[in-house]
Design a protein around this ligand. Structure first.
Ligand code: IDP
Ligand code: MG
Length: 141
């Protein structure tokens, strides 16, 4: 297994529930280290740009509205197999399908308001990390 990086976002439903610390602690416990972290209230264009790949989907408007409703926490996580590990910790997109103990099972309320984002490949992780962080804002160990 290789040391990878992935982009994590703690979404507005989770910052509203005041569980930022619980989510970050879970990543740390599972061996993922935050190497860049910022709280940010996304603008409409920030959210539209980040989710551009979903722009033709019927839920796009709802998704952008949700993601701009309140601040998020954007994080670059580093660790062994970080992309797959983060997806495993997050659980399935729909919390109804998410495994016990996953972040989405614990905190998410619906398929849309599902508490966390995680990159789906190392290639997309690099693109997504660069969307939110300059290289000088990352502090790898
Ligand atoms: P993922 O976050 O598990 O990778 P994607 O299919 O990439 O899931 O969808 C991106 C985000 O769009 C989801 O996390 C969720 O917030 C939202 N989303 C996905 N499907 C639906 C839906 O059917 N209704 C409303 N929102 C959705
Ligand atoms: Mg996705």
């Amino acid at each position: 297994m290789a040391i990878e990086r992935t982009l994590s976002i703690i979404k507005p439903d989770a910052t509203e529930k005041n569980v930022i610390g619980k989510i970050i602690a879970r990543f740390e416990e599972e061996g993922l280290r935050p190497i860049g972290i910022r709280m940010q209230h996304l603008s409409l264009s920030d959210a539209q740009g980040f989710y551009a790949v979903h722009s033709e989907r019927p839920f796009f408007g709802e998704l952008v509205e949700f993601m701009t409703r309140n601040p998020v926490v954007v994080m670059a996580l580093e660790g062994e197999n970080a992309v797959a590990k983060n997806r495993e910790i997050m659980g399935a997109t729909n919390p109804a399908d998410a495994a016990e103990g996953t972040l989405r099972k614990l905190f998410a309320s619906s398929i849309g308001e599902n508490s966390v984002h995680g990159s789906d490949s190392a290639e997309n992780a690099a693109i997504e990390i660069a969307y939110f962080f300059r290289s000088t804002e990352l502090c790898p160990r």
